[in-house]
Ligand binder design. Structure first.
Ligand SMILES: [Zn+2]
Ligand SMILES: [Zn+2]
Length: 151
């Protein structure tokens, strides 16, 4: 695993590289990532098409192997008004590996709450290796473990 920079973009080989880039991205803002998960379909496959609407907080992934579509996290609750758009890599391919990160609330004594404050969806293009954060939004789900299990 090695991240490589070409121009302004980073390229990686696997989920570990994608996680690294996602954490770096989150640390440029206020809500650094506390926990991460790699997304896997029930069929065992790990390559997806991704549709999101950041404004509504909705993400839908479609497994390229078994074609199962699934709302990620608590997306289904917000789907009604969403206008999701299919993501495409700069190389024009549309198949990605996905990792999801969350930032959790800080309590008054600065300890980390179990509750989520912000969510990040990262993609690695399986054709050219480009890694990046493709969507992030405020998500106030109670219990980060449960939310990550629903990805
Ligand atoms: Zn599948
Ligand atoms: Zn690509």
């Amino acid at each position: 695993m090695t991240l490589r920079k070409k121009g302004k973009q980073w390229y990686g080989d696997d989920h570990a590289d994608l996680r690294q880039e996602l954490v770096r991205y989150s640390q440029c803002g206020e809500y650094s990532i506390d926990n991460l998960i790699d997304v896997k379909c029930r069929c065992g496959h790990q390559q997806f098409k991704l549709r999101t609407d950041e404004t509504e907080g909705v993400a839908i992934r479609e497994c390229v192997e078994c074609k199962t579509e699934r709302f990620m996290g608590d997306s289904a609750e917000f789907a009604e008004d969403a206008e999701v758009q299919l993501h495409e890599c700069m190389c024009r391919k549309r198949i990605f590996e996905l990792s999801v990160g969350v930032h959790r609330y800080r309590d008054v004594d600065d300890s980390i709450s179990d509750d989520v404050r912000w969510i990040y969806i990262g993609c690695r293009c399986v054709s050219c290796g480009l890694v990046g954060c493709y969507a992030d939004w405020k998500n106030e789900f109670q219990g980060y473990r449960k939310l990550l299990r629903k990805m």
